[in-house]
Design a protein around this ligand. Structure first.
Ligand SMILES: NC(=O)c1ccc[n+]([C@@H]2O[C@H](COP(=O)([O-])OP(=O)(O)OC[C@H]3O[C@@H](n4cnc5c(N)ncnc54)[C@H](O)[C@@H]3O)[C@@H](O)[C@H]2O)c1
Length: 395
């Protein structure tokens, strides 16, 4: 069976490779020409897939990266994995999704199953995407199928990958859900069918909102623990000895990436529209955005002022061991330090270049080092006697 995966990023690329390995012939469609050129040359753009894996999939003809939208017409199944970010004024930005679904609609043939994996608010598949598909394809609703299956990938997670992370699916019709279940069943161990598209759409937003709320709560508690002079990480470890009813979350400079700071805003937006505002999400979002400023204050306190001080920020990606800097709270940390007059440099061998600046070497030539994102590769002994401010508790 030929399939197209639209969007070859953190979600679409591993999915395309896994589907190829399961025996499907996969077109990896993306409108980023540079990205497709890299993939065609066997260069992987994400940490979880090596160049060899990409090359092997291409050579075996199981995977073909392309910018040719015509591949959609040649596919029995089309997956949509394009970004659903926020606008500069912090509202859902469906531009990429609408553009992708319009492309798919224009090339859609009767009998095709379209599965949306991008994170969206409840009602988006039924009320926004379905009418676009009908209009652009000139097909009737009954002539193709639509399903939703939220992605749960956690980049660099060694324990939970595509195959063993349970998958939710929901269809506009029972048949769509069954076809989606059959497709994923070839390479995913456990699949749960939800009774409606809206259940699956909301479940994904619940998962990520749960993380945002809890991480913001633990960050707020970390500020309290620091004030009374106790180590939050020890408090969490102690609480986590309770075998039920508690789940540990850990402090940081804030949440980042394309999911946790973004998806809850989709839920909060939907909640506001129906007059049931989510105050938890709004507060958690506010606390999250305040965390970089809090650590700027801690640095200022530690050095007795930041003007002219040489500060090194260590780790700039949104979480350890990835090169992804989307929505990284470290950007606000660096900007806050600069605003207070500090001379800020940053070190991150995974990111290397960011916002027109290059990663500097870890050395003892600084007044303060702020450990923002503790990658496993870091050798902090190279900082010598530089005072350290950790954003992860302990110090
Ligand atoms: N990154 C994650 O860990 C993660 C986890 C779960 C869910 N998600 C969700 O999955 C979706 C995709 O996220 P991602 O991290 O893979 O994004 P990404 O930015 O890594 O990749 C998206 C790709 O889509 C391409 N694209 C954009 N518009 C397009 C169009 N109109 N036609 C063809 N290609 C287009 C981009 O060039 C890019 O390569 C989002 O809705 C996100 O919320 C992401």
């Amino acid at each position: 069976m030929k399939i197209t995966v639209v969007g070859q990023g953190y979600v679409g690329l591993p999915l395309a490779i896994a589907a190829g390995n399961a025996g499907y012939t996969v077109y990896g469609l993306d409108n980023n020409v540079e990205k497709i050129n890299s993939l065609v040359n066997g260069i992987s753009l994400i940490e979880d897939l090596t160049d060899d894996v990409i090359k092997e999939s291409i050579n075996s003809k199981r995977y073909q990266p392309t910018t040719d939208k015509g591949v959609v017409a040649n596919s029995e199944l089309v997956l949509i994995c394009v970004p659903t970010p926020l606008t500069p004024d912090h509202k859902p930005d469906l531009g990429a999704l609408i553009s992708a679904i319009t492309t798919v609609g224009k090339n859609l043939t009767a009998g095709t199953l379209v599965i949306v994996e991008s994170t969206i608010e409840p009602g988006t598949c039924r009320n926004l995407l379905l009418p676009i598909l009908v209009k652009q394809s000139s097909l009737k609703e009954s002539e193709f199928e639509l399903a939703y299956s939220p992605e749960r990938i956690d980049p660099t997670n060694k324990k939970w990958g595509i195959g063993n992370t349970p998958k939710l699916v929901a269809g506009l019709t029972n048949n769509a859900a069954k076809r989606a279940e059959k497709f994923y069943g070839k390479f995913i161990d456990s699949i749960t069918i939800c009774s409606s598209l809206e259940i699956a759409e909301t479940a994904k937003l619940l998962e990520n909102s749960f993380r945002l709320v809890n991480i913001s709560f633990i960050n707020e508690l970390a500020i309290f623990c620091q004030k009374i002079g106790i180590d939050i990480t020890e408090v969490i470890s102690a609480a986590a000895t309770k075998p039920y009813g508690f789940m540990p979350f850990y402090p940081s400079v804030g949440v980042g990436g394309h999911c946790i700071p973004v998806d809850p805003i989709y839920l909060a937006n939907a909640a506001k529209v129906v007059g049931a505002p989510s105050r938890f999400i709004e507060l958690a979002d506010q606390i999250n955005q305040e965390m970089p400023g809090y650590f700027v204050g801690r640095a200022e306190e530690k050095l007795g002022g930041l003007k002219g001080k040489k500060v090194l920020v260590v780790g700039v990606s949104y979480k350890p061991n990835v090169a992804d800097v989307r929505e990284s709270p470290v950007e606000a940390l660096i900007n806050g330090l600069k605003q207070k007059g500090a001379q800020v440099s940053w070190h991150d061998d995974l990111v290397k270049e960011w916002n027109g600046e290059m990663s500097v070497t870890l050395s003892s030539d600084f007044d303060l080092a702020i450990i923002a994102t503790p990658h496993d590769y870091l050798d902090l002994t190279r900082l010598g006697k530089v005072p350290i401010l950790s954003t992860r508790g302990s110090i």
